[in-house]
Design a binder for this molecule. Sequence first.
Ligand SMILES: Cc1cc2nc3c(=O)[nH]c(=O)nc-3n(C[C@H](O)[C@H](O)[C@H](O)COP(=O)(O)O)c2cc1C
Length: 445
Amino acid sequence: MTRQQHFGWFLARGFGPHGWGHPYLDWNYRWTSPGLYQQSVRDLEQAGLDLLIIEDAPSLGSASTIDLRVRQAFGGPKHDPLLLAPYLFAATQHLGIVPTVNPAAYLPYTAARQFATLQHLSGHRLGLNVVTDTGSARHFGSAPVLAHDAAYDRAEEWLGGIRDLWRSWDDGALIADPTPTADRPQGRYADGTKLRALRHRGEYFEFDGPLNALPFTEGEPVIVSPGGSGRGLGFAGANSDVQLALAPLDAASIRNYRARIHAAALERGRNPADVTVLFAIQPVLVGSAEEADRLVAASANPDDATVLTIAERQSSDLETDLTSLDFDAPLDLGVFGDHVSRGSIARLVGSHDVETTPLRVLLASMARLGRLSDGSGFVGTASELADLIEDLGENADNDGVLFWGDLHPVTVHRMLDELVPILRRRGILRTEYNPGGLRANLRDF
Ligand SMILES: Cc1cc2nc3c(=O)[nH]c(=O)nc-3n(C[C@H](O)[C@H](O)[C@H](O)COP(=O)(O)O)c2cc1C
């Protein structure tokens, strides 16, 4: 029997101007209105995906990179995905919706109450992608500017506090029994003596409980995390139900990543099987192997305009203006501030020697595509992608993958039209949902 896997979609550029720079802009969807996303999530649910994760960054970055972020909409504007979530829940019945949240942006009590409300409204389908972007603290008044690891410490205190609030209603506190009794003719709604008035006095937060929201019947919102550093994996091991992972998609790399996160879970006293690891991939699916070969060959020598577009996109992601650097000189890593993700810098450098390789070569490498069939990249047919997914499930115990891209009917259909039937025929993709919500679906297999 083939191993079933979990599938998700990662809306990689957040709740922003969808289709900008792509021909499908002319489908005339309005990115600011819910219809575009509602149409897409209905299809994700029909396809049997478990969850949609919506990337976010609350900030447009530093003064020197604001224009790089907005001029091609690479890094903004972005509307708040937490407020999009109710529209997506209303359009679906089973799909988990996972907005990205930053602990700097919400006080724990506000967060616990809002997330609890959404968990109830959605039938237990809320997830939270907890990120530790340190650059946006200046927008949030009292939030301190923290170094990388300290931001994770604060995120752990934040989440621990939220969980304490969610758990501040002891068993039996909610009675909801309208049966009249001699001393209570209107029955009894709740027993206030079973609500814990917790008092949190931590390093970063101070608040009191109990929470003014009902406890959950099908479990707490699912916690998702994307950090890949040692501290990031430690956070995931301690707290996460789902880890968004980036790694080369070969069995050895996947096994290695999974072993690291499982070790982190064990270290924090958790069952490693409770962390679902989903690897993010951005396949380019085409109709035939010949077409895939043609596309890969055509990408081998990117022109100057393509290199410049990549530099602009990287400048936005890395919060550092690469376009003003000499493309024919090696990249000085000193241009990156401490807040820039080390993983993103490593992706730009790749396997090159950064001391001697001109920046132009690093950028051009990012334009080059490879073939699914030989493991050099992600261009191929739906059945080649299904082969890879099946192989990683069988030979690396992989839990599943996240498709990375815009959330637009065009991109959803391009990815899933042929792939879904193949995965279903092979028994890898679910054909029905567990009615218990996102947590129940993640635990199904
Ligand atoms: C697949 C993936 C998705 C991510 N999504 C977000 C996001 O939505 N918002 C954000 O601020 N950072 C996001 N990040 C960045 C991480 O939150 C984190 O800042 C980054 O990975 C650096 O942390 P690390 O040093 O522990 O890897 C993402 C990273 C990965 C790998």
